[in-house]
Write a new protein. Structure first.
Lengths: 632, 297
């Protein structure tokens, strides 16, 4: 037996109270002259056994009643056959609902999305508890626990509607553990509905160890029931805008079609909508992931713009639209702060490879005198700390890239075999050509911190990024000079810096492109005006003076799903079963049995009352009646 | 009659009210003077008793001449004789009679009853005696019917203090043997003695043709035993003590007491003893009035 409130067990010391009161009463006797001693002696002789037994029983009842009350308050849990015998429905059911865009995949037969199926199954299962369990919903978009009055309202809640935010299953479980701990739930079951999308489950991350450790450390045994929504076929192509830029009076929309199989190969109609004007183009799609550029004429429109691209309806309608916004034509200016003159020149050249981009420029500056007016990117190769002078710049969304200073680590020739080709500044080009990162050879390097975008063969990071405010700080482990590496040759350095420059330029254009759920650094009191998109989180918004394009997170388009075995492996020692699994009766969870202790307390108190009551007639009634009779 | 002396034991107004009720004997009494009680002998009252044949030596004044005229035979006409009552008050002065609560001790209560009855009996011309007994008879005043005698009785009642063991059984046997003429014996006691021995005393008294009345005095606390705290009970007669939890023995105590009371009551009914159970919270005037009224029936 375990207790949810073990500290209350100290109250068991109160069991001694009736005994102490009894002893004190014994000590505080009084003396009385008495005449009818013969009856007293006779009564004392006669009652010695039965009365003493009854007396001890009364004392035991009182002490045990206090013990039962204390134990009930300590919220005991009983497992095994006893727990099974005493348990009914779980005390609390936490409904964890993945309502990410990938859950909108519709089943061909029923035309219902996985989310709708999940909600229906959860509702049905919750109804089976007969209303005996407290139902708490934790959905993937907000992860805020929400107590619901009955299972029937589940399909009606906005919290179970479709969402464009990605699901973070470990974070949802964390929220569930927080709720269980804060509310000291008794016997609890976690019902998790998900399509097992690998990106949502963060299957490769070590967070699972922490989550399962927390689940396992709970005083009550918590079981997880998993409702896995499998893909049920159907053709689906997801569209995503990966970037938009102005170029010679045109908006170049870079987009990606992904997810379709070879069976769906062929020509597909693609709608590009720019400020309400729709243009329809047919694009060739051969299955897999295809990157495209669509040019849309802007005419003499010099300002900002927004729009979206759309593919025809398919199995998942949630990934058929992608929104974009672009800023006014701006001059992308970079500032190079470099202690090493050679490296500074190379970096300045890579940041503004004139005359290809006429609207770019790069200037040199000293660490103590940096003019950040209209600057998109700061390239920092200086021993001075950039954090203070660039704090405002980063907070407003600027981008800084740091290069090493000093001697660095030597003694090897390091290669960079691993880098993120799907996203970030080292991602493949839109035509699918990868950057020649693998051809880099580094002779001198320094240790850098942050989220690694590229790593050396020995696991040390080559390029990292770190979000600071609304801005981003990149770090590169080597210098683009011959003594350090061949990075200065350009095929990697130039596109990398250009992408950083574009990222920083978005700040100047007052345009924000982000994923739903990603922190934007926009004040909560600002008014959001929807410019495009249906009633969902994704769309184009005007917030203050900015345009904000929100889309579903990139990882929602990933098609990889976890196998059941992998899911069990992630949960480790936490008992997990799938909804369709049958379980043995003996595998029931620990049950909270405080009610039984309260019942025991009541029974003990009633017994005590019965034992202390006179067994026949009230005291003195017999003799009083006899007295009246005798007098008469 | 010194009513002011009697007021020491009972309210004078109550005594005055009680004077209207006679103290009657349940059977014929053998008094020395004419009184209000039936005598076993024939006398000269107006109450016709019977006819009997004339035998030589009879007083010819009692020959019924009318019967002689009708039947030519001599018959003697006899009448009931009325005589006075000899009332023996027996007061238990053992230690147990010292017990009492807010209403006073049982002995004080007994003294009130005995004093009032002595006064009433003396007032109607009966002879009154008193015996106080504890382990033995400590005072013994034989029945007399003069006014000065009442003062002796009141004096004895005032001077007697309860204490010692109960010797009521021996005292009653002694009185049964000592009082030769028929008398009304009134016992005031808590009767805390062996019931069989007590009933044997009453039987003895009845065998000697005495009219026996018993005032069984009890305190309300002895009846209810309504104590809630552990208490050390100290015997008023021999000083022994017993520490008990009243709640534990209340029930058997009351059962034992009820059995004892029932046995006494049954025995008294069997031996035709006038048994009055009295608790000290009852009004003495009421108790006496009930007693006197019951005896007139």
């Amino acid at each position: 037996m375990i207790f949810l409130q073990p500290l209350v067990l100290w109250g068991l010391a109160l069991v001694a109270v009736p005994v102490v009161i009894h002893l004190l009463n014994r000590m505080r006797y009084r003396s009385l002259d008495w005449a009818a001693m013969s009856f007293l002696l006779a009564a004392s002789r006669r009652s010695r056994r039965s009365a003493k037994l009854r007396h001890w029983l009364v004392l035991a009842c009182r002490a045990l009643a206090i013990a039962a009350l204390v134990l009930a308050m300590a919220r005991p849990l009983v497992g095994g056959w006893l727990g099974w015998a005493l348990s009914g429905a779980p005390d609390t059911v936490l409904l964890l609902l993945d309502r990410s865009p990938s859950m909108e995949w519709r089943e061909a037969a029923s035309a219902r999305s996985k989310r709708e199926v999940a909600v229906a199954r959860l509702t049905e299962a919750a109804r089976a508890t007969g209303g005996a369990s407290r139902l708490v919903l934790i959905e993937s978009a907000t992860r805020r626990p929400q107590e619901i009055s009955s299972a029937g309202v589940l399909p009606e809640l906005t919290a179970t509607a479709a969402s464009d935010a990605a699901a973070d299953i470990p974070a949802m479980l964390d929220a569930a553990v927080d709720y269980i701990t804060a509310n000291q739930c008794g016997r609890t079951e976690v019902w998790l509905a998900s399509d097992l999308q690998a990106s949502n489950w963060s299957a490769t991350q070590s967070r699972w160890a922490a989550v399962t450790a927390r689940l396992g450390a709970l005083p009550q045994e918590v079981r997880v029931r998993l409702l896995a929504l499998r893909d049920s076929g159907g053709e689906n192509v997801a569209v995503r805008v990966t970037g938009v830029r102005r170029q010679k009076g045109e908006a170049v929309v870079e987009l990606e079609l992904a997810g379709g199989g070879a069976a769906g190969a062929g020509t597909r109609p693609l709608s590009v909508v720019l400020e309400g004007a729709r243009s329809l183009v047919d694009v060739a799609y051969a299955g897999g992931t295809v990157r495209l550029s669509q040019r849309v004429g802007l005419g003499d429109h010099p300002g900002r713009g927004w729009g979206w691209v759309e593919v025809p309806p398919d199995a998942n309608p949630r990934d058929n639209v992608s929104y974009f916004a672009f800023g006014a034509e701006t001059h992308l200016k970079s500032v190079v702060v470099a202690d090493d003159d050679g490296a500074g020149k190379v970096l300045q050249l890579a940041a503004a490879p004139a005359p290809a981009q006429l609207n770019q420029s790069s200037v040199r500056a000293s660490a103590g005198n940096v003019d950040l007016q209209d600057v998109a990117l700061v390239i920092w190769q200086s021993a001075a700390d950039p954090a203070k002078s660039l704090e405002t710049f980063l907070g407003e969304g600027g981008v800084v890239v740091r290069f090493p200073v000093g001697e660095g680590e030597t003694g090897g020739r390091w290669r960079v075999p691993t880098w993120n080709r799907g996203d970030g500044v080292l991602a493949d080009a839109r035509d699918g050509v990868e950057l020649p990162v693998a051809e880099l050879e580094v002779k001198r390097r320094t240790a850098i911190e942050g989220f690694a975008l590229a790593m050396f063969a020995d696991g040390q990071p080559f390029v990292t990024r770190q979000a600071v405010g609304r801005g981003m700080v990149y770090a590169v482990a080597t210098l683009p000079v011959a003594e350090w590496s061949n990075l200065g040759e350009g095929p990697v350095l130039v596109p990398m810096l250009q992408r950083m420059l574009l990222e920083g330029g978005a700040r100047l254009g007052q345009v924000v492109s982000a994923a739903v759920g990603e922190p934007l650094g926009i004040g909560g009191d600002e008014v959001w005006t929807r410019l495009a998109g249906q009633a969902s989180e994704a769309g184009v918004f005007q917030v203050g003076g900015r345009l904000v394009a929100l889309n579903r997170p990139v990882e929602e388009d990933a098609g990889e799903r976890l196998a059941e075995a992998r899911v069990r492996e992630l949960f480790g020692g936490v008992p997990v079963r799938f909804f369709d699994e049958q379980t043995a009766a003996t595998a029931r969870l620990s049950s909270e049995v405080w009610r039984w202790f309260l019942v025991a307390m009541l029974v003990l108190l009633v017994t005590e009352a019965v034992l202390t009551l006179p067994s026949r007639v009230p005291a003195g009634a017999a003799t009083r009646g006899a007295a009246a009779e005798g007098a008469g | 009659m010194p009513a002011e002396v009697a007021s020491e034991f009972l309210d004078p107004h109550a005594l005055t009210r009680l004077l209207s009720l006679p103290l009657e004997a349940r059977g014929p009494m053998e008094g020395s003077v004419s009184g209000r009680h039936q005598s076993p002998h024939r006398g000269s009252s107006v109450e016709f008793a019977e006819y009997r044949k004339y035998v030589p030596g009879d007083d010819v004044r009692h020959v019924d001449w009318r019967v002689y005229a009708r039947s030519d035979r001599f018959y003697m006409k006899e009448f009931e004789a009325d005589t006075n009552l000899r009332c023996c008050l027996v007061l238990d002065a053992s230690g147990s009679m010292k017990f009492g609560g807010a209403h006073g001790t049982k002995f004080a209560y007994a003294r009130k009853l005995a004093g009032a009855l002595a006064y009433l009996a003396m007032h109607q011309g009966d002879a009154v005696g008193l015996a106080c007994c504890s382990a033995a008879v400590i005072r013994d005043i034989p029945p007399r019917r003069n006014a000065a005698h009442l003062k002796n009785i009141f004096g004895a009642l005032s001077e007697t203090n309860p204490g010692g063991a109960t010797g009521l059984v021996a005292a009653l046997h002694q009185i049964a043997e000592k009082v030769r003429r028929r008398a009304l014996v009134i016992v005031f006691s808590d009767l805390f003695a062996d019931p069989a021995a007590l009933l044997s005393c009453f039987q003895h008294l009845r065998f000697r043709k005495h009219d026996v009345a018993v005032f069984h005095l009890l305190d309300r606390a002895e009846m209810d035993f309504a104590f809630d705290r552990p208490t050390r009970f100290v015997d008023l007669e021999d000083g022994s003590s017993l520490l008990v939890e009243p709640g534990l023995i209340r029930e058997p105590y009351q059962e034992a007491l009820a059995r004892y009371l029932e046995r006494l009551k049954q025995g008294c009914r069997e031996y035709r003893v006038d048994y009055q159970r009295v608790t000290t919270d009852q009004e003495p005037e009421r108790v006496l009035a009930d007693f006197l009224v019951a005896r007139t029936r």
